[in-house]
Design a protein around this ligand. Structure first.
Ligand code: SAM
Length: 281
């Protein structure tokens, strides 16, 4: 691993400071209790969870923007995909494609994936970026990364084994592109996000997977609440990308999410022929 390749990107950690306390999860609306009761009564049927979660707008408080407004060159950049993401935890293709387009569009050079699993996304990022791009993958499972291990791309991917806590990436410098996709409960997402902000290079970009959660009632998914809390507590405008399950924060010149507001995705625009929304699968 040649970390001298982009010395200007390998600056010290950002000034981002955190008191070490995860703020308490906001109180849930009263109807969540009723929904949980119904969900349990149906023997924790995932379809019931998905259906009822759709009635919980407090989970989707971030502004939503079209992908073209959040990612440079979104509708023109080319992505090569040979194999598809593998395994039940792998990021689905629409989101993977958007993550790759973001890394390309922002011309990122030092990439970090927090929660990497088999490494499908890391491999696709390596396959779709220039030879001087370096990727770090952090995952607590020592076996992570089978997708790229033994391939020609392995030399550009720096595998780190450990929990995504503050300090886990000490000595690895900062990153101009960070993809957060590890534990999904409220406190973990909050902490992983703090780690990401601490390691974000000036002008950098963070993406989160699974912001658009559709399975809240089983209890292990607090991404919406955590990102909303981070956004408020640290004054960072995180937005969600329409048609994906992703959220994004960007300081990149001319693409700062600080300047983005929700755009009008009202149902009036429901003519299937004029609709340009990404179809979410
Ligand atoms: C949803 S999978 C990641 C999928 C991957 N980003 C992809 O695109 O294929 C979540 C991964 O996060 C890891 N993980 C969960 N909690 C973690 C933590 N606290 N610290 C580090 N890794 C964690 C798991 O071992 C798992 O491999």
């Amino acid at each position: 691993m040649d970390s001298s390749i982009h010395p200007h990107k390998n600056s010290a950690l950002s000034e981002f400071s955190w008191d070490g306390i995860v703020p308490p999860k906001p109180a849930e609306p009263a109807k969540v209790g009723l929904f949980r009761f119904i969900y349990k009564a149906t023997r924790r049927n995932p379809s019931v969870d998905t259906f009822l979660t759709g009635f919980l707008p407090h989970l989707k408080m971030l502004p939503t923007v079209a992908a073209e407004r959040a990612v440079p060159g979104f509708s023109t950049s080319k992505v090569n995909i040979c194999d598809l993401p593998r395994g039940q935890w792998a990021t689905p293709l629409v989101d993977t494609l958007t993550v790759i387009k973001a890394a390309k569009g922002f011309e990122s050079k030092r990439l970090l994936e927090i929660g990497s699993y088999k490494g499908s996304t890391a491999l696709l990022l390596a396959q779709n970026t220039d030879a001087d791009v370096r990727i770090w993958t952090l995952d607590m499972d020592p076996q992570h990364g089978e997708a790229y291990r033994g391939t020609e791309y392995e030399k550009r991917i720096h595998r780190v084994v450990g929990k995504a806590t503050v300090g886990a990436l000490e000595g690895h410098g900062s990153f101009d592109f960070i993809f957060v996709d590890a534990d999904h409960d409220y406190a973990s997402v909050f902490e992983h996000t703090v780690v990401a902000f601490r390691h974000l290079a000036p002008g950098g970009v963070i993406l989160w997977h699974d912001y658009h959660q559709n399975n809240y009632l089983h209890g292990a998914n607090g991404i919406g609440e955590a990102l909303h809390m981070v956004s408020k507590k640290f004054g960072r405008n995180i937005v969600s990308i329409e048609g994906t399950t992703l959220a994004i924060y960007s300081e990149h010149l001319d693409w700062e999410t600080a300047s983005l507001e929700s755009y009008d995705d009202s149902p009036e625009d429901s003519d299937p022929w004029s609709d340009r929304k990404i179809r979410h699968i």
